[in-house]
Design a protein around this ligand. Structure first.
Ligand SMILES: [Fe+2]
Ligand SMILES: [Fe+2]
Length: 474
């Protein structure tokens, strides 16, 4: 169980390490001042029906109740230690998992932790204005839940920095509170985390696509030979699952509502659909194209010597590493990657070690496709002959082998001119965004009411009714 009587709730026996405890208690006010500045706008007095972790065991870890978000019990929770755990891949395979940072991997490991940690506050910053135009109390509560848990994920990474990286770690922990999403002078580290999340469609797409990138990165780090990192990431994954649910179900409910309105009024043309105050399916496709393409860039270059090093040294594994039936060393294995050659996309085999980013990206795309199939079943059930399609993985890429090329959603290599002529068909235009924004002026906060452009969810939170007062404004 987690000790909530401590100033910093934890299950790592923080009270026995006075130096660490003091360092974290010193960081805590800086974190709170970041939350007051960059957490959800105007929310500090709201009482929100939130879940809080009570235990790291898979069953019964959550407790629900009204909480003012600045009083949320952020803390440090690691999955329990398995004394027999080993390094399961790379050159140290078979040796006991490390409980301290191996000196030679210190700076690499610190960079991995900082890069992961930086995404957590970034998404809170990106989403901070959305409460002002929420489609319901249910959705408002959900975004706040996501935000406090991203805050806790920052705590998780900061604990590792403080506990294992001394002074450098403390400096990095401070810098995590100083960068700002989208800031020209001091931006967040990764591109997608500097893009704005201007509306709720973007938020649902973000939590479906980009939080799932988070899941895959955490899964790879949960295989790490550095045991405290692995155990931290395992617990973070239980929280991440809820974020992806919010995204997938949010998009599902928009599709549901659009299809209902299309059928009820027997309209098909996007302009007629929009005139009825719901989001046309073509715009849904363009948002999907955008969020998918910027998110798969986050996995990095197709060929990466860094990825090879992370793996060989035992720091970052593959998705479900221990379930894969191979030698877990990969010195002779190959993996196919794509590149543009002579105006065509061609596949070539490269050493599997250098293609680990691409492999993780492919694992991710497989799971994404499953979600898109579920969305399509909603459209199919309503009898509308439209299907959402995942674009080719070369579409609209800024990182890796496809960067600098113009690839259509179906995977054709285009000239720059052809791309410019057609990109508005594939990516959200300023007019699309303005239309979506026009639906989201003002917030819907009457219990049980939902904005016109989104269907209610199938069930409420924690078996509460849909008209439950999920947020009290005071
Ligand atoms: Fe997170
Ligand atoms: Fe998340």
């Amino acid at each position: 169980m987690i000790d909530y009587t401590e100033k910093i709730p934890n299950n790592v026996d923080l009270g026995r390490d006075r130096v660490l405890q003091r360092a974290l208690e010193h960081w805590q006010p800086a974190y709170m001042s970041w939350w007051y500045d960059m957490g959800p706008n105007e929310s500090h007095n709201y009482e929100v029906y939130l879940r809080t972790a009570t235990s790291v065991e898979p069953d019964g870890w959550a407790q629900f109740g009204y909480v003012r978000m600045p009083e949320y019990r952020w803390g440090i929770f690691l999955q329990p230690r398995d004394a027999n755990r080993q390094v399961n891949f790379g050159m140290h395979k078979g040796t006991p998992a490390w409980q301290e940072v191996p000196g030679e991997y210190r700076s690499t490991l610190r960079r991995v932790i900082v890069t992961q940690g930086d995404t957590e506050p970034a998404s809170v910053e990106q989403q901070r204005m959305l409460g002002m135009c929420c489609p319901s109390l249910y959705d408002l509560r959900n975004i706040f839940q996501v935000n406090v848990e991203e805050g806790r994920h920052l705590w998780a990474m900061v604990y590792l920095l403080h506990r294992y990286f001394g002074r450098d770690g403390r400096e990095e922990a401070e810098a995590l509170l100083e960068r700002r999403s989208g800031d020209v002078d001091n931006p967040r580290i990764l591109g997608a985390f500097n893009e704005p999340t201007p509306d709720w469609l973007a938020f649902y797409m973000f939590t479906f696509f980009t939080d799932r990138d988070g899941k895959f990165q955490l899964c790879a780090l949960a295989e790490s030979g550095f045991d405290p990192l692995a155990r931290t990431c395992r617990f973070m994954l239980t929280e991440e699952a809820h974020h992806m649910f919010v995204g997938e179900s949010g998009v599902s409910r928009i599709l549901q509502r659009t299809c209902e309105v299309m059928n009820e009024h027997k309209v098909e043309a996007p302009s007629d659909v929009r005139a009825l105050g719901v989001i046309d399916l073509q715009t849904m496709q363009r948002y999907l194209n955008f969020h998918f393409s910027v998110t798969i860039d986050l996995f990095g270059s197709d060929a990466s010597s860094n990825a090879a090093t992370y793996y060989t040294t035992g720091l970052k594994g593959r998705y479900e590493e221990t379930k894969i039936a191979d030698d877990h060393v990969l010195s002779d294995a190959e993996y196919p990657v794509f590149e543009v050659s002579g105006g065509k996309i061609v596949s070539k085999n490269v050493p599997a070690l250098t293609a680990l980013n691409e492999r993780l990206r492919d694992d991710y795309i497989g799971e994404i496709q499953g979600g898109v199939d579920r969305w399509n079943r909603i459209i199919e059930k309503s009898g509308i002959p439209f299907r959402l399609v995942l674009p080719h993985k070369g579409f609209h890429r800024a990182i890796g082998n496809f960067a600098g090329h113009h690839i259509s959603p179906s995977g054709e290599v285009l000239s720059e001119e052809a791309w410019k002529n057609r990109q508005h068909e594939w990516l959200p235009s300023a007019a699309d965004q303005a239309f979506v924004q026009s639906l989201m002026v003002g917030r819907v906060v009457e219990p049980g009411k939902f904005a016109n452009w989104i269907a209610p969810p199938i069930r409420g939170v924690n078996q509460q009714a849909l008209n439950f007062e999920y947020v009290r404004f005071n």
